[in-house]
Unconditional design. Structure first.
Length: 174
């Protein structure tokens, strides 16, 4: 199984870690070792395992898949996917830094103001409206104005704003 994962993923931008049911690390690819350190043979309780331990939404803790979007751990943001089989936990970490940089570059050429760009930078990282208001020290009404301006500019361009989560786009039904 590990050979198949390594062969398929190679040196991709996906970190992979395989743990047994006791959270002892059995295998890691190179990217995982660079993020988490060499953990083979050690019980893992940090990063993705902290997400897993505090997840109250899972009906069966040791079975199924879980996705944790925009998760901050090990000093950076990751898309985290756990596959749990009862015998093993396989973790996939996808670093989001390049995605965030790509999203901000995309928005730079869309005629947004500096403040609208700041709002968008928080949106692509998954921040809630309350978080954005707090971090930018603005009221909800001011944020609403910025969001309406952002959406209007994209509507005028005839575009759906890439990189903004679909649930944040007015009128988007998937």
């Amino acid at each position: 199984m590990y050979i198949v994962l390594e062969k398929v993923l190679g040196e991709s931008e996906v970190a992979v870690c395989v743990k047994d049911a006791d959270q002892t690390v059995l295998e890691q690819n190179g990217l995982c070792r660079s993020i988490c350190g060499d953990q083979i043979g050690l019980r893992c309780e940090k990063g993705c395992m902290e997400l897993h331990a505090t997840d109250e939404s899972a009906q069966w803790k040791d079975w199924g898949s879980r996705v944790y979007r925009n998760s901050f751990m090990h000093g950076a943001f990751y898309e985290v996917t756990l596959l749990c089989s009862g015998r093993n936990i396989i973790t996939f970490l996808q670093p989001l830094k390049d995605r965030y940089d790509q999203a901000l570059a995309y928005f730079r050429d869309k005629g947004l103001t500096r403040r609208e760009t700041e709002v968008v930078s928080f949106m692509v990282r998954g921040a809630s409206n309350a978080d954005i208001c707090q971090r930018l020290s603005i009221s909800r009404a001011t944020l609403r104005t910025h969001l309406n301006n952002i959406y209007r500019k994209f509507r005028d361009l005839g575009e759906v704003p890439e990189f903004i989560p679909a649930n944040r786009i007015p009128g988007f039904s998937g």
